[in-house]
Design a protein around this ligand. Sequence first.
Ligand SMILES: [Zn+2]
Length: 330
Amino acid sequence: MTLDRTVFARARASLEERRKSREERTARRQEEAIRRVPGLAEIDGELRNVMSGVFRAALEGGDTEARIRAAGEESLRLQEKRRELLEKAGYPRDYLDEEPNCSRCRDTGFVGTEPCECLMELYRKEQARELSSLTRLQGESFDSFQLFWYSDEPNESGVSPRAHMKAVLDYCRSYARRFGSRSDNLLFTGGPGLGKTFLSACIAGEVSGSGHSVVYQTAGEVFAAFEEARFGRGEREETAEAALNRLMNCDLLILDDLGTEMTNSLTVAGLYELVNTRLSGGRKTIISTNLAPAELAGRYSPQISSRILGDYEILRFTGEDIRILKKQKR
Ligand SMILES: [Zn+2]
């Protein structure tokens, strides 16, 4: 599983934020308690003496171990006394005990060199937040996909759009649930308003929820990143390079709305590089497009079309534009 660097950095920043606000809270409490609890300042002074004694012992050598042990006991005794004073003054006993939010990593975010579960939890939250802003998917899920908008009249092949879309929905649901290195690459094809964006966003949400790195972008945004990386300068170029890196290396890339953007030689080269790099790296891609599979070669290139048609599973979305149907019903 590849972690997304940008999202991971945000998760670490948010852990750091949490640790800081906890320290600030303890400092505020400390200040207040010193003013209100008689005898507390003296004990704090003694505690500091004990600690600097330990430090001296370490520097001076001799029977360091015994001195450190004695200092440890003294420090525990003083801390206990501190709790008693707090209690007597009407505070909770543990008012000034600073406990980390996570006892496994003591809020460092790492256990050895591995990210701690608490950090991964923040990572998943950051990723979900990013995806939901990109996909405008608000609480929608496979369960809210409404099959009744699709006609149940069988077409010439004897299958109704509803039955067909039920199969597509089931496929997508199981794809998201079992996503991994052996998953297929998918091409969602069909006219506008048939649920391609909806279902790809549902897959994005679920796959990212299981800890994989997912990037969801429209083809237009992806090609803009290619152009920026090519023509941008300095900081903008770096940002664009980082964006390209994510596009190339995330576990699942969802490229929405291919075929609506302006095409030029750069977009064609960019798309070929993207499709190829991801295929050879074994990373999964879902492309959704209003174009029919046969139109890919004409709009992009025969090489792109043959890679996609040869290596992607094709899911056809059929029926009538349900956005229009929904409007008519209002
Ligand atoms: Zn932790």
